[in-house]
Ligand binder design. Structure first.
Ligand code: DX5
Ligand code: ZN
Length: 222
């Protein structure tokens, strides 16, 4: 089993200092930075759009992992590609055309992900698993950081690991929401590859230590 990818989510950072937030992730040794784009419609909160990503792109070469928590994500793909996103994840619940959208993202040479909210079962993704690079399992109801992880959502991670093995695929499985030191072992044991972290990372005194220990929280053999 490979080491985990740690992706600090700037949602938990000071929005007046985005550059610092990205540099903090970079200095801590994180491989990705996670951006939660919220539209006030798919989720009851608003964050930022492609200009923020484009401006930050000039300051760093770290992987930009963009999580579109918006209705009609097809409207925005090209703008986030041009802004410099590396990975683009949209919600299964927000569009009918998941297959087409995955293919559009990949045609632009970007990694394509689909996310599911806690009430959506993993099985809905069966048809498109060969067409995606990542499944992002939301482990809190999306919209806000600082919530507690819903343990039942981790069953979907285990299920996705089995679906991936059965079909000899190699997509990554990410967990987003309520990831903390206390549950990192359980999350990794379920089979999670990517650990998205807002509050835990930006509140951590020693961010480098957090990234190093989380990357190496190897799962027990199942
Ligand atoms: C939740 C967001 C998450 C959030 C995670 O709507 O998608 O990326 O930043 O934050 P924490 O780690 O605080 O739960
Ligand atoms: Zn997110």
């Amino acid at each position: 089993m490979k080491k985990a990818i740690v992706a600090p989510s700037v949602l938990a950072a000071d929005f007046s200092c985005f550059t610092d937030a990205v540099h903090e992730a970079e200095r801590a040794g994180a491989e990705w930075v996670h951006f939660d784009v919220m539209d006030g419609s798919f989720v009851p909160n608003l964050t930022f759009g492609p200009k923020v990503i484009a401006d930050l792109r000039r300051c760093t070469s770290i992987v930009f992992d963009v999580h579109l928590m918006v209705m009609h994500p097809e409207t925005f793909i090209e703008r986030f590609v041009q802004a410099g996103a590396d990975n683009i994840t949209f919600h299964w619940e927000a569009t009918v055309h998941t297959h087409q959208l995955l293919s559009t993202i990949r045609t632009f040479g970007k990694k394509a992900g689909i996310s599911i909210v806690p009430s959506t079962p993993a099985g809905v993704l069966e048809a498109v698993l060969p067409d995606l690079d990542m499944v992002l399992v939301m482990t809190v109801d999306p919209g806000y950081g600082g919530q507690a992880l819903i343990p039942a959502c981790l069953d979907k991670v285990t299920q996705l690991v089995k679906m991936r093995e059965a079909r000899h695929l190699d997509f990554l499985i990410a967990v987003d929401g309520g990831v903390y030191d206390e549950n990192i072992g359980t999350i990794r044991n379920a089979g999670t590859d990517v650990l998205i972290t807002g509050s835990a990372f930006y509140k951590a005194q020693d961010k480098q230590y957090l990234v190093r220990t989380w990357e190496q929280a190897y799962p027990q053999l199942r």
